[in-house]
Design a protein around this ligand. Structure first.
Ligand SMILES: [Zn+2]
Length: 104
């Protein structure tokens, strides 16, 4: 399942966890809060409520992966030159009454 977009962090009003996640719903893009500590969720049900929650949230920390080396692009494989060869001509032959006889 694809995760919803993380837009910021805020203190959880239920348990006080400092890094409750503020995310956006996939359907309407409204903000909701999810606390990984106490698993409480709080949903906004309007554009205004969503904007208010996002305004209260602090920006999410930059995604830091300490030991991950920069991605190495796979070596490019050049496509083999396409030969512009004409397809062999389709030989059409008039059907003979003897075809069935010889193909038995
Ligand atoms: Zn909590």
């Amino acid at each position: 399942m694809a995760k919803t977009e993380l837009v910021g962090l805020m203190e959880c009003p239920d348990c006080g966890h400092p890094d409750a996640e503020v995310r956006k719903t996939k359907t309407k893009g409204w903000a909701f809060r999810y606390c990984p500590e106490c698993t409480m969720q709080g949903f906004t049900k309007s554009e205004e409520g969503s904007a208010r929650m996002i305004a209260k949230a602090r920006p999410k920390p930059p995604a830091v992966k300490p030991s991950a080396p920069p991605p190495v692009a796979p070596p490019k494989v050049k496509d083999a030159p396409v030969q512009a060869a004409d397809p062999p001509p389709i030989v059409t032959r008039r059907k003979s009454a003897l075809d069935d006889f010889f193909n038995r």
